[in-house]
Design a protein around this ligand. Structure first.
Ligand code: GUN
Length: 293
Protein backbone atom coordinates (compact mmCIF):
# COMPACT_ATOMS: atom_id res chain seq x y z
CA UNK A 1 0.00 0.00 0.00
CA UNK A 2 1.15 3.48 -0.68
CA UNK A 3 -0.40 6.82 0.21
CA UNK A 4 -2.25 6.86 -3.13
CA UNK A 5 -4.43 4.05 -1.87
CA UNK A 6 -5.60 5.90 1.19
CA UNK A 7 -9.08 7.33 0.77
CA UNK A 8 -9.01 10.82 2.23
CA UNK A 9 -12.46 11.39 3.72
CA UNK A 10 -11.53 14.84 4.96
CA UNK A 11 -10.65 16.01 1.44
CA UNK A 12 -13.80 14.53 -0.12
CA UNK A 13 -15.99 16.00 2.63
CA UNK A 14 -14.35 19.39 2.09
CA UNK A 15 -15.21 19.33 -1.62
CA UNK A 16 -18.83 18.50 -0.75
CA UNK A 17 -18.94 21.36 1.76
CA UNK A 18 -17.66 23.71 -0.95
CA UNK A 19 -20.24 22.47 -3.45
CA UNK A 20 -23.04 22.93 -0.92
CA UNK A 21 -21.84 26.40 0.07
CA UNK A 22 -21.89 27.44 -3.60
CA UNK A 23 -25.32 25.90 -4.17
CA UNK A 24 -26.73 27.57 -1.09
CA UNK A 25 -25.38 30.97 -2.12
CA UNK A 26 -26.93 30.53 -5.58
CA UNK A 27 -30.41 29.86 -4.20
CA UNK A 28 -31.01 33.49 -3.16
CA UNK A 29 -33.36 32.19 -0.48
CA UNK A 30 -35.09 34.52 1.97
CA UNK A 31 -33.55 32.71 4.95
CA UNK A 32 -30.85 30.19 5.79
CA UNK A 33 -31.54 26.45 6.17
CA UNK A 34 -31.98 25.51 9.82
CA UNK A 35 -31.10 22.18 11.41
CA UNK A 36 -32.07 21.26 14.98
CA UNK A 37 -29.87 18.89 16.98
CA UNK A 38 -31.18 17.01 19.98
CA UNK A 39 -28.76 15.38 22.37
CA UNK A 40 -29.94 13.46 25.43
CA UNK A 41 -27.28 13.09 28.13
CA UNK A 42 -23.55 13.75 28.10
CA UNK A 43 -22.03 10.73 26.35
CA UNK A 44 -18.60 12.16 25.40
CA UNK A 45 -18.63 10.76 21.85
CA UNK A 46 -22.12 12.18 21.22
CA UNK A 47 -21.06 15.56 22.65
CA UNK A 48 -18.15 15.65 20.23
CA UNK A 49 -20.14 14.45 17.17
CA UNK A 50 -22.95 16.95 17.70
CA UNK A 51 -20.46 19.77 18.23
CA UNK A 52 -18.77 18.86 14.93
CA UNK A 53 -22.08 18.67 13.06
CA UNK A 54 -23.12 22.02 14.45
CA UNK A 55 -19.84 23.73 13.62
CA UNK A 56 -19.83 22.45 10.03
CA UNK A 57 -23.46 23.48 9.49
CA UNK A 58 -22.60 27.02 10.57
CA UNK A 59 -19.37 27.08 8.52
CA UNK A 60 -21.29 26.36 5.33
CA UNK A 61 -23.91 29.01 5.95
CA UNK A 62 -26.69 27.16 7.74
CA UNK A 63 -28.35 27.92 11.04
CA UNK A 64 -28.44 25.37 13.81
CA UNK A 65 -30.23 24.92 17.10
CA UNK A 66 -29.00 22.65 19.85
CA UNK A 67 -31.31 21.10 22.44
CA UNK A 68 -29.61 19.24 25.27
CA UNK A 69 -31.86 17.15 27.51
CA UNK A 70 -30.79 15.45 30.73
CA UNK A 71 -29.77 11.79 30.77
CA UNK A 72 -32.96 10.82 32.66
CA UNK A 73 -35.34 12.44 30.16
CA UNK A 74 -38.53 10.45 29.63
CA UNK A 75 -40.13 9.56 26.31
CA UNK A 76 -42.99 12.04 26.71
CA UNK A 77 -40.65 14.93 27.26
CA UNK A 78 -38.57 13.98 24.23
CA UNK A 79 -41.72 13.49 22.15
CA UNK A 80 -42.92 16.97 23.11
CA UNK A 81 -39.67 18.52 21.86
CA UNK A 82 -39.80 16.53 18.61
CA UNK A 83 -43.45 17.55 18.09
CA UNK A 84 -42.64 21.22 18.61
CA UNK A 85 -39.75 21.05 16.11
CA UNK A 86 -41.95 19.13 13.65
CA UNK A 87 -44.44 22.01 13.83
CA UNK A 88 -41.85 24.79 13.67
CA UNK A 89 -41.72 26.21 10.12
CA UNK A 90 -38.33 27.78 10.76
CA UNK A 91 -36.77 24.33 11.28
CA UNK A 92 -36.01 22.37 8.10
CA UNK A 93 -34.17 19.40 9.53
CA UNK A 94 -33.93 17.47 12.79
CA UNK A 95 -31.36 15.06 14.15
CA UNK A 96 -31.56 13.15 17.42
CA UNK A 97 -28.10 11.86 18.23
CA UNK A 98 -27.92 8.12 18.89
CA UNK A 99 -27.42 6.15 21.04
CA UNK A 100 -30.21 7.29 23.35
CA UNK A 101 -30.31 6.44 27.07
CA UNK A 102 -31.90 3.05 27.66
CA UNK A 103 -35.26 4.30 28.98
CA UNK A 104 -35.94 5.84 25.56
CA UNK A 105 -37.28 3.91 22.59
CA UNK A 106 -35.03 4.72 19.62
CA UNK A 107 -37.36 3.32 17.02
CA UNK A 108 -40.39 5.25 18.31
CA UNK A 109 -38.24 8.36 18.62
CA UNK A 110 -36.96 8.19 15.05
CA UNK A 111 -40.44 7.47 13.71
CA UNK A 112 -41.81 10.57 15.40
CA UNK A 113 -39.67 12.90 13.31
CA UNK A 114 -41.59 14.31 10.34
CA UNK A 115 -40.37 12.45 7.25
CA UNK A 116 -39.53 15.67 5.39
CA UNK A 117 -37.31 16.82 8.30
CA UNK A 118 -35.78 13.39 8.95
CA UNK A 119 -32.32 14.13 7.53
CA UNK A 120 -30.96 11.07 9.34
CA UNK A 121 -33.25 8.85 7.27
CA UNK A 122 -33.96 6.60 10.26
CA UNK A 123 -37.77 6.80 10.18
CA UNK A 124 -39.75 3.89 8.78
CA UNK A 125 -41.10 6.30 6.15
CA UNK A 126 -37.65 7.12 4.77
CA UNK A 127 -36.34 3.57 5.14
CA UNK A 128 -39.40 2.38 3.20
CA UNK A 129 -38.70 4.92 0.46
CA UNK A 130 -35.06 3.79 0.34
CA UNK A 131 -36.20 0.19 0.01
CA UNK A 132 -38.40 1.27 -2.92
CA UNK A 133 -35.40 3.07 -4.47
CA UNK A 134 -37.43 6.28 -4.35
CA UNK A 135 -35.28 9.34 -5.07
CA UNK A 136 -37.15 11.34 -2.40
CA UNK A 137 -35.84 9.17 0.43
CA UNK A 138 -33.58 10.81 2.94
CA UNK A 139 -30.81 8.24 3.20
CA UNK A 140 -28.90 7.71 6.47
CA UNK A 141 -25.77 9.87 6.44
CA UNK A 142 -23.04 7.29 7.08
CA UNK A 143 -24.19 4.80 4.41
CA UNK A 144 -24.79 7.59 1.89
CA UNK A 145 -21.37 9.00 2.79
CA UNK A 146 -19.70 5.66 2.15
CA UNK A 147 -21.34 5.37 -1.26
CA UNK A 148 -20.24 8.91 -2.13
CA UNK A 149 -16.71 8.08 -0.99
CA UNK A 150 -16.66 4.97 -3.21
CA UNK A 151 -17.96 6.93 -6.20
CA UNK A 152 -15.56 9.80 -5.81
CA UNK A 153 -12.63 7.42 -5.29
CA UNK A 154 -13.39 5.56 -8.52
CA UNK A 155 -14.29 2.28 -6.81
CA UNK A 156 -16.41 0.08 -9.10
CA UNK A 157 -19.43 -1.48 -7.40
CA UNK A 158 -21.35 -2.96 -10.33
CA UNK A 159 -21.19 -6.74 -10.25
CA UNK A 160 -18.70 -6.66 -7.38
CA UNK A 161 -19.05 -8.56 -4.15
CA UNK A 162 -19.62 -6.24 -1.20
CA UNK A 163 -19.57 -7.61 2.32
CA UNK A 164 -21.02 -5.43 5.07
CA UNK A 165 -20.17 -6.50 8.62
CA UNK A 166 -22.89 -5.13 10.89
CA UNK A 167 -26.68 -4.99 10.53
CA UNK A 168 -27.51 -1.79 12.40
CA UNK A 169 -30.28 0.62 11.45
CA UNK A 170 -27.74 3.42 11.28
CA UNK A 171 -25.21 1.79 8.97
CA UNK A 172 -25.45 -1.89 7.99
CA UNK A 173 -29.06 -2.21 6.83
CA UNK A 174 -29.35 1.01 4.82
CA UNK A 175 -25.87 0.50 3.36
CA UNK A 176 -26.80 -2.97 2.11
CA UNK A 177 -29.97 -1.52 0.52
CA UNK A 178 -27.96 1.22 -1.19
CA UNK A 179 -25.22 -1.04 -2.53
CA UNK A 180 -27.73 -3.45 -4.07
CA UNK A 181 -29.72 -0.65 -5.76
CA UNK A 182 -29.89 -0.34 -9.51
CA UNK A 183 -26.98 1.83 -10.55
CA UNK A 184 -24.66 0.57 -7.83
CA UNK A 185 -25.44 -3.07 -8.59
CA UNK A 186 -23.20 -4.77 -6.04
CA UNK A 187 -23.77 -8.33 -4.88
CA UNK A 188 -24.24 -7.73 -1.18
CA UNK A 189 -23.69 -9.99 1.80
CA UNK A 190 -24.51 -8.77 5.31
CA UNK A 191 -22.54 -10.50 8.05
CA UNK A 192 -23.05 -9.96 11.78
CA UNK A 193 -22.12 -11.20 15.23
CA UNK A 194 -23.82 -14.55 14.68
CA UNK A 195 -22.33 -15.21 11.25
CA UNK A 196 -20.36 -18.42 10.97
CA UNK A 197 -17.10 -18.40 9.00
CA UNK A 198 -16.80 -14.61 9.09
CA UNK A 199 -13.22 -14.71 7.81
CA UNK A 200 -14.19 -16.82 4.83
CA UNK A 201 -17.14 -14.56 3.95
CA UNK A 202 -14.99 -11.43 4.22
CA UNK A 203 -12.15 -12.90 2.19
CA UNK A 204 -14.47 -13.06 -0.84
CA UNK A 205 -15.21 -9.34 -0.72
CA UNK A 206 -14.10 -6.91 -3.41
CA UNK A 207 -15.46 -4.21 -1.12
CA UNK A 208 -15.36 -4.93 2.60
CA UNK A 209 -17.17 -2.59 4.98
CA UNK A 210 -16.70 -2.98 8.72
CA UNK A 211 -19.39 -1.39 10.91
CA UNK A 212 -19.08 -3.34 14.10
CA UNK A 213 -17.72 -1.05 16.81
CA UNK A 214 -14.90 -3.33 17.93
CA UNK A 215 -11.19 -2.73 17.25
CA UNK A 216 -9.28 -5.22 15.08
CA UNK A 217 -12.40 -7.13 14.01
CA UNK A 218 -10.99 -7.24 10.49
CA UNK A 219 -7.56 -8.81 10.35
CA UNK A 220 -5.25 -9.32 7.36
CA UNK A 221 -6.25 -12.95 6.81
CA UNK A 222 -9.86 -11.85 6.23
CA UNK A 223 -9.02 -9.52 3.34
CA UNK A 224 -8.64 -10.44 -0.31
CA UNK A 225 -5.57 -9.03 -2.09
CA UNK A 226 -6.63 -5.84 -3.89
CA UNK A 227 -9.88 -5.35 -1.96
CA UNK A 228 -11.27 -1.95 -1.04
CA UNK A 229 -11.75 -1.73 2.73
CA UNK A 230 -14.05 0.82 4.35
CA UNK A 231 -13.71 1.18 8.11
CA UNK A 232 -16.80 2.65 9.80
CA UNK A 233 -15.65 1.99 13.37
CA UNK A 234 -14.78 4.88 15.66
CA UNK A 235 -13.51 3.26 18.84
CA UNK A 236 -11.88 5.13 21.71
CA UNK A 237 -9.00 3.26 23.25
CA UNK A 238 -6.99 4.48 26.25
CA UNK A 239 -3.76 6.26 25.32
CA UNK A 240 -1.52 7.84 27.95
CA UNK A 241 0.40 9.91 25.36
CA UNK A 242 -2.74 11.79 24.24
CA UNK A 243 -3.97 14.80 26.15
CA UNK A 244 -7.54 13.50 25.86
CA UNK A 245 -6.41 10.17 27.38
CA UNK A 246 -7.66 8.20 24.37
CA UNK A 247 -7.04 7.67 20.67
CA UNK A 248 -9.42 6.68 17.92
CA UNK A 249 -9.13 3.41 16.07
CA UNK A 250 -11.45 1.73 13.60
CA UNK A 251 -12.72 -1.83 13.33
CA UNK A 252 -9.90 -2.79 10.97
CA UNK A 253 -6.37 -3.77 11.95
CA UNK A 254 -5.13 -0.98 9.70
CA UNK A 255 -1.37 -1.59 9.73
CA UNK A 256 -1.71 -5.25 8.84
CA UNK A 257 -4.62 -4.86 6.40
CA UNK A 258 -3.56 -1.74 4.46
CA UNK A 259 -0.71 -3.41 2.49
CA UNK A 260 -3.23 -5.84 0.92
CA UNK A 261 -5.75 -3.21 -0.17
CA UNK A 262 -6.31 -1.36 -3.41
CA UNK A 263 -7.96 1.31 -1.28
CA UNK A 264 -8.62 1.77 2.42
CA UNK A 265 -10.13 4.44 4.66
CA UNK A 266 -8.21 5.61 7.74
CA UNK A 267 -9.70 6.27 11.18
CA UNK A 268 -10.00 9.12 11.88
CA UNK A 269 -10.33 11.00 8.58
CA UNK A 270 -12.17 8.39 6.51
CA UNK A 271 -15.90 7.77 6.85
CA UNK A 272 -16.49 10.13 9.81
CA UNK A 273 -16.24 13.43 7.92
CA UNK A 274 -18.48 12.01 5.17
CA UNK A 275 -21.31 11.42 7.64
CA UNK A 276 -21.25 15.12 8.43
CA UNK A 277 -21.01 16.16 4.76
CA UNK A 278 -24.06 14.09 3.82
CA UNK A 279 -25.98 15.48 6.78
CA UNK A 280 -25.35 18.91 5.29
CA UNK A 281 -26.44 17.72 1.85
CA UNK A 282 -29.64 16.23 3.29
CA UNK A 283 -30.33 19.42 5.23
CA UNK A 284 -29.97 21.52 2.10
CA UNK A 285 -32.33 19.11 0.30
CA UNK A 286 -34.90 19.45 3.12
CA UNK A 287 -34.59 23.23 2.96
CA UNK A 288 -35.07 23.29 -0.82
CA UNK A 289 -38.21 21.17 -0.47
CA UNK A 290 -39.59 23.49 2.20
CA UNK A 291 -38.83 26.51 0.04
CA UNK A 292 -40.41 24.83 -3.00
CA UNK A 293 -37.09 25.09 -4.89
N1 GUN B 1 -24.96 8.06 16.04
C1 GUN B 1 -23.98 7.55 15.25
N2 GUN B 1 -24.15 7.91 13.97
C2 GUN B 1 -25.27 8.67 13.94
C3 GUN B 1 -25.96 9.35 12.89
O1 GUN B 1 -25.60 9.31 11.70
N3 GUN B 1 -27.07 10.03 13.26
C4 GUN B 1 -27.50 10.06 14.55
N4 GUN B 1 -28.62 10.75 14.81
N5 GUN B 1 -26.90 9.44 15.54
C5 GUN B 1 -25.78 8.76 15.23
Amino acid sequence: MNKDNLIDGNAVAKSIHEELTRELAGLNAPRKPCVAFIRVGEDPASVSYVKKKQSVSEAIGMESKLFVLPEETGQEELNALIDSLNADDSVDAMLIQAPLPKQLDERATFNRVRADKDVDGFSSANLGLLCQENKNAFVACTPAGIVELLKRSGVQTAGKRAVVIGRSLIVGKPLALLLMQKGLDATVTVAHSKSENLAEICSQADILIAAVGRPKTVTADMVKEGACVIDVGINRIPCAEKKSGYRLVGDVDFDAVAPKCSKITPVPGGVGPMTVAILMRNTLAAFKRHMGK
